[in-house]
Write a protein that binds this ligand. Structure first.
Ligand SMILES: NC(=O)c1ccc[n+]([C@@H]2O[C@H](COP(=O)([O-])OP(=O)(O)OC[C@H]3O[C@@H](n4cnc5c(N)ncnc54)[C@H](OP(=O)(O)O)[C@@H]3O)[C@@H](O)[C@H]2O)c1
Length: 335
């Protein structure tokens, strides 16, 4: 089968190669899935660059979440059979024609959900769910400010925030991408790109939109100057949810601001909470799956690339061209 693999850690993501390898039969307890679609996430790029907190053994195929069809089952597997539509997550291995994976890491794809959406919901929406529901305790009627709302975890937070009854203000880098975010349900959009290319300039607009109070909950996958300015447009008792640092800068929180406004700066590790507390992890994954199955959340896919062009899919993230999710497809699947 074909697979895209990273053989050496490099800042240059184009160093991955398209390889032909033999995939063995699934081991006991494993399922072999013919992959149709695999979402691209920021951590895929960070893993190739050696900048992620988890480092897979070399060589590895990037691609942490995928959907496809069961083509073989190992001994002892009773939950799945050949032909089932499934989705799953494995941290890596998804940029490939097929994967052998523990049956416990798979779920059936809900009726009516296409492979590309089934492949794209779990990381983005689990992150948004853990952040907004578990860590941020977002309440109906509160104002939620979502930074980097054009991206995967950002647009998921806009979608989930609206479902949870919040008033959503979304920031992003271009008017074109923000127009999609508005169409997807954001109440207000703010372009945070400054004339000199830096990110900021949203503080006064957020204040205007909240009667001078500021946002109750701020969801921040960007960090850097965006975090710094967020500290100046947050409401009394507000919560800043630290999701990631796509700006490349780890900000430092001013503790005097935390005290004066009685705010909380809260770290979010959506995958890690499940590893440390399997029961909580199972409950959160079940809740997100249920939201997908009932149509309460709807992943937005802006583009797809065949496996052979997976570098182009990753470049879209690096070049900030993505709105929502981009997917890599295999085995001739076309969304
Ligand atoms: N904490 C967790 O549990 C968790 C889980 C999943 C992901 N994450 C993290 O969340 C972050 C976002 O992941 P994602 O998959 O949503 O990525 P993504 O789809 O690429 O979205 C990131 C967004 O950040 C904005 N951004 C601002 N400055 C940027 C820069 N210099 N380079 C690239 N993007 C920039 C972009 O929006 P504009 O171009 O519109 O500014 C982009 O849409 C990553 O840091 C990732 O590691 C955290």
């Amino acid at each position: 089968m074909k697979t895209v693999r990273c053989h050496e850690i490099s800042d240059d993501i184009t160093t991955v190669t398209l390889d032909e390898i033999d995939l063995p039969a699934p081991e006991p307890g494993e399922v072999q899935v013919k992959i149709m679609a695999c979402a691209v996430n920021f951590p895929d790029i960070l893993m190739i660059q050696g900048k992620y907190q988890f480092a897979p053994p070399l060589p590895f195929a990037p691609g942490g979440e995928f959907a496809g069809e069961v083509v073989a089952v190992g001994n002892g597997v009773t939950d799945f059979k050949v032909g089932d539509r499934v989705s799953g997550g494995n941290r890596y291995g998804g940029f490939a024609g097929a994967i052998n994976i523990d049956a416990g890491a798979l779920r059936p794809v809900p009726e009516g959900v296409p492979f590309e959406k089934a492949a794209s919901y779990s990381t983005a929406y689990l992150t948004a769910y853990v952040a907004l529901k578990i860590r941020g305790s977002l309440q109906p009627g509160e104002t939620l400010l979502v930074h980097g709302a054009t991206g995967g975890v950002g647009l998921a937070a806009v979608d989930l925030g609206k479902f949870m009854g919040a008033n959503v203000i979304a920031t992003g880098g271009t008017d074109e991408k923000l127009a999609v975010v508005k169409k997807r349900g954001a109440d207000h959009i703010i372009n945070y790109t400054q004339p000199d290319g830096s990110l900021g300039g949203f503080r006064e607009k957020v204040k205007q939109l909240t009667d001078g109070n500021g946002a109750d909950v701020i969801y921040d996958p960007v960090g850097g100057s965006v975090f710094d300015e967020s500290m100046r447009c947050i409401n009394w008792n507000g919560r800043i949810l630290t999701i990631g640092f796509t700006s490349g800068v780890w900000p430092k929180a001013a503790v005097n601001h935390i005290l004066i406004k009685q705010i909380s700066v809260i770290g979010v590790r959506a995958g890690e909470i499940g590893r440390r507390d399997p029961e909580l992890g199972r409950r959160t994954r079940d809740a997100v799956y249920q939201l997908l199955a009932e149509g309460s959340i709807d992943p937005y896919i802006c583009a797809s690339f065949p496996l052979e062009q997976s570098v182009n899919a990753m470049k879209m993230l690096v070049d900030r061209k993505v709105v929502g999710k981009v997917v890599v497809t295999a085995n001739g699947y076309e969304p």
